[in-house]
Design a protein around this ligand. Structure first.
Ligand code: NAD
Length: 281
């Protein structure tokens, strides 16, 4: 039976460390403030922003949202990015993705000052990560690393397989695992013999965005399995990319959905905001 990588518990630990650091920074007169740019009326994006602001309230981080209609001109958003870059009261900010059709997210991300890039997704932050310079780390991949580390799971020297190569999760996660001295294979939709490649993994991270598609045939006996996927379950609740009930008896550690990587992603945004604030103070 696998041990559970309990993201809820680890995220609570991170949040309490963040809250203590926020209090210390405030005592020293250093502002801790997170701003978000939200464009359009996508209900999922609005929900995510509300959750992130609630998280901020809980740890004492001030939060502000800048809302725009879906047809907002690119230049107006770019002007706000420039303004937030230069505002010393703002520790960090992010653009809630995806943006509505017609806007160029990469152009906007490219304008974010790396010191304030709390999502860690701008080309400069990504480049800094890949050549080993200090940077704010993308929240989901960093959340995965923290979830493993804080459970005492050794990464160094492990054969790691990441399923998924998105800019949001798979690629930065591969970089972070390399930084942790794992031997990393990245799989994607054109990978041949995926179950066979996945079975090489001592550490298998699944971020393919395919509902419950990884079963026991993908998992080596005793592997550590991290499920990044999130999908709404028919009739309510969430499921991941991994068939938990089938994989759990084979794995040594496994992250559940919900309660695994999701809470870690949210906690790492708060962590990054404090880091940005500390670096500026
Ligand atoms: P994406 O769709 O951008 O990328 C999916 C990747 O998986 C692609 O690189 C693709 O090549 C690969 N892939 C797709 N089908 C495959 C297959 N059959 N075999 C092998 N590889 C395949 O998705 P994403 O943004 O990286 O997100 C992945 C999943 O993680 C989604 O379910 C998303 O909702 C979830 N997610 C969760 C969190 C969190 O906080 N837990 C954060 C971000 C994303």
């Amino acid at each position: 039976m696998a041990k559970i990588l309990d993201g809820k518990a680890v995220a609570a630990e991170v949040r309490s460390e963040v809250a203590a650091e926020v209090a210390r920074l405030k005592d020293r007169g250093i502002p801790v403030r997170l701003d978000v740019i939200l464009v359009g009326d996508d209900p999922a994006s609005a929900t995510y922003v509300r959750m992130k602001q609630k998280d901020c309230d809980e740890v004492g981080i001030e939060s502000h949202s800048h809302r725009f209609e879906a047809d907002a001109p690119q230049e107006e958003l770019a002007a706000l990015v420039e303004q937030l870059n230069g505002d010393s009261a703002v520790s960090g900010f992010f653009i809630q993705l995806p943006l509505p059709e017609g806007l160029d997210p990469l152009a906007l991300l490219s304008e974010i000052e790396p010191a304030k890039d709390v999502d860690g997704l701008s080309p400069l932050s990504v480049g800094r990560l890949s050549i080993g310079l200090p940077s704010l780390l993308p929240c989901t991949p960093h959340g995965v690393i923290q979830l493993l580390r804080r459970n005492g799971v050794e990464i160094e020297g492990k054969e790691a397989v990441v399923i998924g190569r998105s800019n949001l999760v798979g690629k930065p996660l591969a970089q972070l695992l390399l930084r942790e001295n794992a031997t990393v294979t990245v799989c994607h939709s054109r990978t041949q013999n995926l179950p066979e490649v996945a079975r090489r993994a001592e550490l298998l991270v699944v971020a393919a965005g395919r509902r419950e598609f990884v079963g026991a045939e993908y998992v080596r006996e005793g592997a550590i399995v991290v499920d990044v996927g999130i999908h709404a379950r028919e009739g309510g609740g969430l499921v991941g990319d991994v068939r938990f009930d089938e994989v759990e008896p084979v794995a040594s550690w496994i992250s559940p959905v919900p309660g695994g990587v999701g809470p870690m992603t949210r906690a790492m945004l708060l962590y990054n905001t404090v880091q940005a604030s500390r670096a500026a103070g």
